[in-house]
Design a protein around this ligand. Structure first.
Ligand SMILES: Cc1cc2nc3c(=O)[nH]c(=O)nc-3n(C[C@H](O)[C@H](O)[C@H](O)COP(=O)(O)OP(=O)(O)OC[C@H]3O[C@@H](n4cnc5c(N)ncnc54)[C@H](O)[C@@H]3O)c2cc1C
Length: 331
């Protein structure tokens, strides 16, 4: 276990905010996590993964903890499926690369999403018509209240669009230590979303799907190594059928995806309609290639980013009477 004092968090957040933490600790086992919690009982604590969904708005006067628990192992196998238990600190994309190489289907549509497995299970990360919950069998966590390990079935995690128990009543209570995925040995492709079918045959293997998705994402999204961002800044709003039909009358080309009786509208379209593409506030900019993303052009302050985000939310509301919620978490 390492504990550092008065440390810059610049390498620990993809928005590249140069803020400081009073303490930064990295733990490699549940025993080390427990030791850390005992040592810093009365200190404010923040558990992070790769910091790719966070916006630090100032220094953190407390303990920032990052998991370095990165092991993965198969725990069960049938003719059709394999169960793999993966520790929360492993990078999700490293896992996906490995299971795609093993010809296991299920996670490939989530390729190239930054962040750790544990945070992915908190956030229910999703892309190209799939969410991480689709492959989750069980989530194991450390309960900060009882100071014991606890397990949740997928149902108990209350997964929804970019949402889970761990973002609501379980926030600041459960630290995800490992996730059990159930992956398929037989082809199970999900190519209906976006333009995936243009590039892939129905008999593509997981590695081919992965490489195609990586190429598409590289064209649309900023590389974290080149430009600071936290990916999509906003969630896509879901509106009632009545609301959608009213909008459709006025905006004939409004894109949408049915969600039960309701409709999901791409926030990128709403933001673009309001003329935000490429607009800046200080060093914060609406990304030219994907208006859902706010980037740090180099010297953005968190105030620049928050101000730009607020102006976007207000203008989308004024024009469409739709409130877009932010996906990025402010700390
Ligand atoms: C370029 C780019 C593209 C992106 N594309 C997508 C995308 O396609 N789809 C998508 O869904 N997201 C996307 N994201 C957002 C981001 O990658 C995900 O939200 C990811 O899950 C965050 O992981 P992280 O490890 O960086 O978590 P952090 O940002 O460090 O933390 C996120 C939250 O999880 C909590 N947390 C972290 N680890 C744990 C743990 N072990 N136990 C309990 N709580 C924990 C933190 O306290 C925080 O509340 C993108 C981000 C970027 C920068």
């Amino acid at each position: 276990m390492t504990i550092q004092e008065n440390i810059s968090l610049l390498p620990y957040n993809t928005f590249r905010m140069d803020v400081k933490a009073r303490y930064l600790a990295q733990y490699e086992s549940i025993d080390e996590l427990r030791e850390l919690l005992n040592k810093f009982q009365d200190t404010r604590r923040l558990f992070i993964g790769e910091g790719s969904n966070l916006l630090f708005t100032g220094d953190f006067d407390g303990l920032v903890c990052q998991s370095k628990m990165c092991r993965a192992a198969a725990t069960k196998e049938t003719e059709e499926d394999v169960w793999i238990e993966v520790q929360g600190g492993l990078k999700l994309d490293l896992l996906i690369e490995q299971v795609a190489d093993m010809q296991l289907y299920g996670l490939e549509n989530l390729s190239y999403i930054p962040g750790q497995v544990g945070a992915g299970a908190v956030q229910n990360v999703g892309a190209y018509g799939r969410e991480i919950k689709d492959c989750i069998e069980q989530v194991n966590a450390w309960d900060l209240q009882t100071m014991q390990s606890v397990s949740f079935t997928r149902e108990e995690c209350h997964y929804a669009y970019r949402d889970s128990l761990f973002k609501r009543e379980g926030k600041n209570r459960y630290i995800i230590t490992s996730v059990v995925f159930r992956l398929s040995k037989t082809p199970q492709l999900h190519l209906d979303y976006g333009n995936l079918k243009e590039y892939l045959q129905q008999d593509a293997n997981p590695q081919q799907v992965r490489q195609t998705i990586i190429q598409i994402r590289k064209k649309k999204l900023p590389e974290v190594s080149e430009l600071g961002s936290a990916g999509s800044f906003f969630k896509n709003p879901i509106v009632s059928a009545d609301k959608f039909n009213n909008l459709k009358e006025k905006y004939k080309d409004i894109p949408s995806y049915p969600v039960g009786d309701n409709y999901k509208i791409p926030a990128a379209w709403l933001i673009e309609q309001c003329g935000w593409k490429g607009k800046t506030v200080g060093g914060a900019k609406v990304y030219d290639r994907q208006p859902l993303v706010i980037v740090n052009t180099g010297n953005a302050t968190s105030s620049d980013i928050c101000s730009l985000a607020k102006q976007i939310v207000d203008s989308v509301y004024n024009r469409f009477q739709i409130t877009i919620d932010k996906e990025v978490e402010y700390v």
